[in-house]
Design a binder for this molecule. Structure first.
Ligand code: ZN
Length: 208
């Protein structure tokens, strides 16, 4: 299987995001038969549905892969994958669970109302990992565009607009890897030394 640029080697096992989202939508419909816009239920901070939705994504941004290890859970949002403005006011369809993804604030704000043609919705699909065909993580931890898509305007714009090329993405990946290492070897007697380094690096990152 292809590497997923959003995961470190210490990542938790993937879930079937599409199926789990469908199941959550069914549950909401049964428990709240009058609800039309699923987004409003899932977007309610601290609600059970919001918590479940975050869990489906392993508390991880669907675009850049950052987790709650590195940034606070307050910095995660429910994003309309195909932006709301593309639905011409049809909030019910825009707010269907299949169009909602968990995003960090940085990616969500950067993406804003980025519009692509229909064919790209499948190419950029973050739930079935299609997006991992377009980008990869190089050995310096940068998120790069696969050679075959380097001339593709939409894919390049997506990469640039979501700021996947920024330096902080590398630092965040390093931190995610370090936290993963720490969790995996938490019984080792020397692990606290690593934790000291992680905390220092995290402090520096938060000052950026
Ligand atoms: Zn992100």
């Amino acid at each position: 299987m292809k590497n997923d640029y959003r995961d470190t080697v210490y990542g938790v096992p993937k879930k079937n995001i599409i199926n789990e989202k469908k199941a959550l939508e069914e549950r909401i419909k049964i428990e709240h038969p009058k609800v039309k816009i699923i987004y409003n239920q899932i977007n309610k901070k601290d609600s059970e549905y919001n918590k479940q939705f975050r869990n489906i994504y392993n508390n991880k941004c669907a675009y850049c892969g950052i987790t709650t290890d590195v940034i606070s859970s307050d910095l995660f949002e429910v994003d309309h994958f195909i932006c709301e403005s593309s639905f011409n006011g049809d909030s019910i369809n825009a707010g269907k669970i299949s169009n909602l993804v968990l995003s960090c604030k940085k990616c969500n704000r950067a993406k804003k109302d980025f519009i692509w043609s229909e064919a790209y919705s499948q190419r950029l699909n973050v739930d079935d990992d299609s997006i991992t065909e377009l980008f990869y993580r190089d050995e310096d931890y940068s998120i790069r565009i696969e050679q075959e898509f380097i001339a593709d305007n939409i894919i390049c714009s997506f990469h640039r607009k979501l700021k996947l090329d920024e330096e902080i993405r590398r630092l965040d990946y390093l931190l995610m890897s370090m936290y993963g290492f720490y969790n995996k070897y938490s019984d080792d007697k020397n692990i606290e030394k690593i934790l000291k380094c992680i905390i220092l690096l995290q402090k520096k990152r938060n000052e950026l």
